[in-house]
Design a protein around this ligand. Sequence first.
Ligand code: MD6
Ligand code: FE
Length: 202
Amino acid sequence: MAMAAPDGFRYLPDFIDRTGQQLLLEEIRSIVAAAPLFQPVMPRTGKPFSVRMSNCGPLGWVSDRDGYRYENCHPETGALWPGIPGTLLELWKKVAPGHPEPEACLINYYGPGSKMGLHQDRDEQTFGAPVVSVSLGDTALFRIGGTKRTDPTRSFRLASGDVVVLGGDSRLAYHGIDRLVAGTSTLLKNGGRINLTLRRVT
Ligand code: MD6
Ligand code: FE
């Protein structure tokens, strides 16, 4: 029998239509032109992530040998992160009503072989607000469990335009991306996937 999803977990398939996805993609392209994708490395070991990252918003999530943290500047250019597009602030208002607006939007780019190990989003100073995620491009196999790494998990296919909300009891649930399913979207000309996660940090 499938496990119950933790309370506060919401999977909203097809939440953003194709036109909305194309608009968002244009906005992400201009953000990444100002704040180029960089390759983060794991704390201590320096092992590179298989995804490349950038951010928009007053704070951006970074990882290097010194650890995971939020910074107000890009690690390579030293510039402040670009602002969060209005379309994403509107999305946040729809799916996280009543919560103060997000301060960070992490942009993850997945190439064909990229994945993301099981992790919790817990580098924020507060867990009262949900984390809201938007998927663009190729479908990804997303796995989510409970608040213990060894809790049973269930999997979802996150397609382009899907939105996931981790709030309430699911805010600190372990989750990750097992792999992409190549050739499932025409949104990105060269394939791959972009995932955006909006967070309240302070
Ligand atoms: C991804 N998502 O979809 C990875 N985190 O590429 C996440 O790590 C994530 O989907 C927090 C909340 C929702 C998420
Ligand atoms: Fe996450």
